[in-house]
Ligand binder design. Structure first.
Ligand code: URA
Length: 207
């Protein structure tokens, strides 16, 4: 599986704000938005472009645009804090939604919302979820997308655990990962260590 760890001093300092338990909900959301911008920027780096003619006030020249803007799919609820900024970077993108809760006993994803175009064939998809822990939610989402014909899926995450990376690599679907870090592992409650805690609570409260 292709994976890209965005290694940049500005990304690392935003990640530090996210990790810091003293960051309140507003500071956390702000840093998440800014870091998402960098992750999506890198996720788009090799996207196919098409050329078209554009007139400047002085002359005609060649301009470019994305051949096919991706479908953005935030995984609710933590992915909500990434979608605005991703959409600001790619305003032509459509947005779909997948809602998954985590069963706190089994740690398995419990689906509660699926709002996606019927046919995703030929459409690149960016799944937005800050935490790739066991990979259960991400693999579940990828299976939903693949069942609708998606073959070009990018998981855009902030923090990944090695177990989640392995789950993506072995899920049997073509997927690419863009993340700000691959952390040490998971604790007994399947939280990423050192991680940043519960990305939903850190955005929306309680801290
Ligand atoms: N989900 C989170 O929000 N945080 C983790 O560490 C793991 C899953």
């Amino acid at each position: 599986m292709d994976s890209l760890v965005v290694d940049h001093p500005l990304a690392a300092s935003l990640l530090t704000i996210l990790r810091d338990e003293r960051s309140d909900n507003a500071a956390f959301r702000h840093a998440l938005r800014r870091l998402t911008q960098m992750l999506v920027y890198e996720a788009v780096r090799d996207a196919p472009i098409e050329e078209f003619e554009v007139r400047t006030p002085v002359a005609t020249t060649t301009g470019v645009r994305l051949q096919q803007p991706p479908l953005l799919v935030p995984v609710l609820r933590a992915g909500l804090g990434m979608v605005d900024q991703a959409h600001a970077l790619i305003p032509q993108a459509q947005v779909g939604f997948v809602g998954l809760a985590r069963d706190e006993k089994t740690f398995e994803p419990v689906p509660y919302l699926e709002s996606l175009p019927e046919d995703l064939s030929g459409l690149p998809v960016f799944v937005l979820d800050p935490m790739l822990a066991t990979g259960g939610s991400m693999v579940h989402t990828i299976e939903i997308l693949a069942s609708r014909g998606a073959t070009d899926i990018t998981a855009v995450c902030v923090v990944a655990a090695p177990q989640g990376v392995e789950a993506l690599a072995s899920c049997g679907h073509p997927v690419r990962l863009v993340t700000a870090t691959i952390d040490e592992g998971l604790n007994e409650n399947k939280y990423i260590v050192p991680g940043l805690g519960d990305a939903g609570d850190r955005q929306f409260g309680p801290r």
